[in-house]
Design a protein around this ligand. Structure first.
Ligand code: PEP
Length: 255
């Protein structure tokens, strides 16, 4: 059975002391009962990673970054690479987030390079894909998802180190959540695509998260869907009480 995953994406939020307080409290709040049933990941801005690694030393949660360079080393001012993150001990890294695609013109080809970098450097990728509202209204959601999967995963042997996050762009930070049925339909489509491009076993092993205005009030219903294995959570991951509440819900909503 796939373990539930609750991953927080802080985006560009929190000062150093806010980050420290959050991580100390998270470590205090998580206990053995969480560990066996839910995997908790916190994706912090780069400057707070070291702090997060220190707090995560107890093994109660994992730490991820929010992006990496598609290159390994060299003259790329301002960038951070997969070998650097690996040398610091990063467990996970988000790639292909719609905000990166929108504000930094990231293409599936670039994301494909990043995915390769992460796998080569033993960091687990959280690959984000999702459609715009226009694409959904035009009835081409599955076509878009398929194109993104094909482009981002080109030449890559899929395995359970990869986590996929289905994040409909129209639901990110907007307060609009996909209904559990809308999300399940696309999650099942993604799992099918994995099975066709790899094997049924790998498709069953790969975690597929939902992201897009996930909050305590919609967490249980989303997580009860057959192919929804957890959440990638932006806004609601910033307040420790809310984040812990969602972790609790994830434990009680095992299928
Ligand atoms: C995200 O940034 O990945 C996200 C899902 O954000 P939010 O939960 O705020 O919609």
């Amino acid at each position: 059975m796939r373990k539930k995953i609750i991953a927080g994406n802080w985006k560009m939020n929190k000062t150093f002391s806010d980050a420290e307080n959050f991580l100390i409290t998270l470590d205090e709040e998580l206990s053995e009962r969480y560990l066996q049933r839910v995997e908790v990941i916190v994706c912090t801005p780069y400057p707070y990673l070291e702090l997060a690694f220190d707090q995560a030393d107890s093994g109660k949660f994992f730490v991820g970054a929010q992006d990496i360079s598609s290159h390994d080393f060299g003259a790329y001012t301002g960038e951070v690479s997969a070998p650097m993150l690996h040398s610091m001990g990063a467990d996970y890294c988000i790639i292909g987030h719609s905000e990166r695609r929108k504000y930094h013109q990231e293409t599936d080809e670039m994301i494909n390079q990043k995915l390769k970098q992460l796998l080569e450097n033993e960091i687990k990728p959280i690959l984000c894909i999702g459609e715009t509202i226009t694409e959904r209204e035009n009835g081409i959601t599955k076509k878009i998802i398929k194109n993104q999967l094909e482009g981002c995963c080109k030449g890559i042997e899929l395995d359970e180190r990869i986590t996929i996050a289905y994040e409909p762009i129209w639901a990110i930070g907007t307060g609009k959540t996909a209904t559990p049925q809308q999300a399940q339909e696309i999650h099942a489509f993604i799992r099918d695509w994995i099975a066709q491009n790899s094997s049924t076993r790998i498709a069953e092993d790969i975690a597929i998260l939902y992201g897009g205005s996930m909050k305590p009030k919609n967490t249980a219903e989303l997580l009860q869907q057959k192919d929804i294995d957890g959440g990638l959570i932006g806004g609601a991951s910033l307040k420790i009480e809310i984040f812990v509440e969602m972790i609790d819900i994830a434990i009680t909503s095992q299928k």
